[in-house]
Structures are given as C-alpha cells and as structure tokens.
Design a protein around this ligand. Structure first.
Ligand code: NAD
Length: 261
C-alpha cells in the first residue's frame, strides 16, 4: 500500500483508462477524486463501489475540464475535501477524426481545450500545493500520438505532442522538488473512445465489428491485442512509487510495439 495517506485526482475517470488508473491507485491505498461525465446514479455506484472494495475515501466532482474555471474548482474541491492533491492524473480526452481541410474549427478548439489546455490548467493549480509539501506525482495521459502521427487526427496529434512537450517543461521546472511529471503513451486501448472508431470502420467498410476491430489493431499494433486500463493502472502506480523518484520528464510508451516499427 504505497500510496496510503495520498490523495489522487484522476480526470476523466468515469470510464476507460481513467477508471483503470483510479482503481489501481485506490488499490495502492490512495484516496481518489473521480471526475468525468455520465449518469449520476452510475457514477455514485462507481464511487461507493471503489470505497467499499479498497477501503479508501473516494469523491467525485463533475467539472467540465474544457472550462478552465471548472478545473480550478476541481482542484479546490479535492484540496478542501481531502486535504491535498498529491497525485494528479490528467487523463480526460476526446477524439475527432477528419482530414485537415475538412476538420471543423470548433472540433479543433474542443480537442485542444480538453486534451492539451486542461493539462496545463490542472498542473497550474495543483503544483503549488505539491511543491509546498515537497512531494507530488503528475501523470499526463498522452498517447502514441504524442510520438508519431496518423492521418485524419490533426487536433489529437497536435495536442498529444503538446502534452509530451509540456511534460518535459514541468519536469525541468520541478526537478529537485520531490515532484515528478511524466507522460504515459498508450497504443490502442478498447474504450468508448476507440469503440467509436471501430464502429466507423465497420459502417464505412460494411464489415462486422469483429473484423473492424482486427483491422484497427492490425494496421498499427503488432501485438494484435489491446492495451488494458489495468495494465496502464500498474504503470501509474509504479510512477507514483519511491522507485520512480528519479523518473521525470519521460514519456513512457505502452503500445504493443506500435512505435517500434
Ligand atoms: P473514454 O472516452 O473511455 O473516457 C474519457 C473520459 O473523459 C470519460 O470519463 C469522460 O466522461 C471524460 N470526459 C470527456 N470530456 C470531458 C470533459 N469536458 N470534462 C471532464 N471529463 C471529460 O476515453 P479513454 O480511451 O479512456 O481515453 C482517456 C485518455 O487516454 C484520453 O486522453 C485519450 O486521448 C487517451 N488515450 C486513449 C487511447 C485509447 O486507445 N483508448 C490511446 C491513447 C491515449
């Protein structure tokens, strides 16, 4: 239980990767503040379920992270209700797929606001407390698309490359303070965000979902298998451990070999 007495805020943790990381941090003993959208009763069930399963305090705040003022409110809520923010996982993200000349400017703004600017705002508000206490862990969920590009993902690829750069800057500015800042860069993970892309392939090519899934993986991920939220949770717990005290400014790939090609 390496994270007992630590408080973790995990953005976008009502689903997918964020939920996997929140579960892993709770399993390591951290109190957790969940965030994200969804049905209120389902979120409450999730919150109460994590509390019961892991015996830690679990809160929820529904801040819309595309709005900077609400990010300040989320961090304030965590500090006031739980006493501190020791671990900040900037995970919430969205995707939009279109060729650059057809990419709606409004979707560009939305992807950049959530996938990049929200990471800045979260760090901006959480870092002073971490520095004061002399310990902190910032994990930014970037992507393989922080390292390489794919067609039709202009905003997403720009945002994720931005997150990798921001991670390095924050690592330099916090070096020697007890705070580390790293990026996690997953390949394909089967979450609602990716399911939408599988559905789009299936409908465009008029093929069964199973075949669309295999095509999506086969095009990029040599392992032929999805990375799982649990596996990413394990990496997150490691990055929060004392063993990772000197790991900062890194962007760690977990991508089934995608970027080895
Ligand atoms: P997901 O759609 O399953 O979850 C996204 C989460 O963000 C949900 O909890 C949702 O409610 C929340 N969210 C959406 N808009 C929000 C907003 N404005 N304010 C607050 N919360 C908001 O997606 P996922 O696949 O788990 O993605 C999580 C992160 O991982 C994203 O940053 C994504 O870019 C990244 N990622 C995903 C994959 C993948 O293959 N799924 C690969 C690499 C990186």
């Amino acid at each position: 239980m390496t994270l007992t007495q630590k408080v973790a805020v995990v953005t976008g943790s009502t689903s997918g990767i964020g939920l996997g990381i929140a579960r892993a941090l709770a399993g390591a003993g951290a109190d957790v503040v969940l965030n994200g959208f969804g049905d209120a009763a389902a979120i409450e069930e999730l919150r109460a379920g994590l509390t019961a399963e892991f015996g830690v305090r679990v809160g929820y705040h529904g801040a819309d992270l595309s709005k900077p003022a609400e990010i300040a409110t989320l961090i304030g809520y965590a500090e006031e209700t739980f006493g501190s923010v020791d671990v900040l996982v900037n995970n919430a993200g969205i995707q939009h797929v279109a060729p650059v000349e057809d990419f709606p400017a409004e979707r560009w703004d939305a992807v950049i606001a959530l996938n990049l600017s929200a990471v800045f705002h979260g760090i901006h508000h959480a870092l002073p407390g971490m520095k004061r206490r002399g310990w902190g862990r910032i994990l930014n969920i970037a992507s393989v698309h922080g390292h390489v590009a794919s067609v039709n993902k202009a905003a997403y690829v720009a945002a994720k490359h931005g997150v990798v750069g921001l991670t390095k800057t924050v690592a330099l500015e916090t070096a020697g303070t007890g705070v580390t800042c790293n990026a996690i860069c997953p390949g394909w993970v089967l979450t609602p965000l990716v399911q939408k892309q599988i559905d789009a392939i299936a409908s465009t090519k008029n093929i069964p979902e199973q075949q669309a899934r295999a095509e999506l993986l086969g095009a990029k991920q040599p392992s032929g298998a999805f990375v799982t939220p649990d596996e990413l949770g394990g990496l997150a717990v490691y990055l929060c451990s004392d063993s990772a005290a000197q790991m900062t400014g890194s962007s760690l790939l977990m991508d089934g070999g995608w970027t080895a090609q």
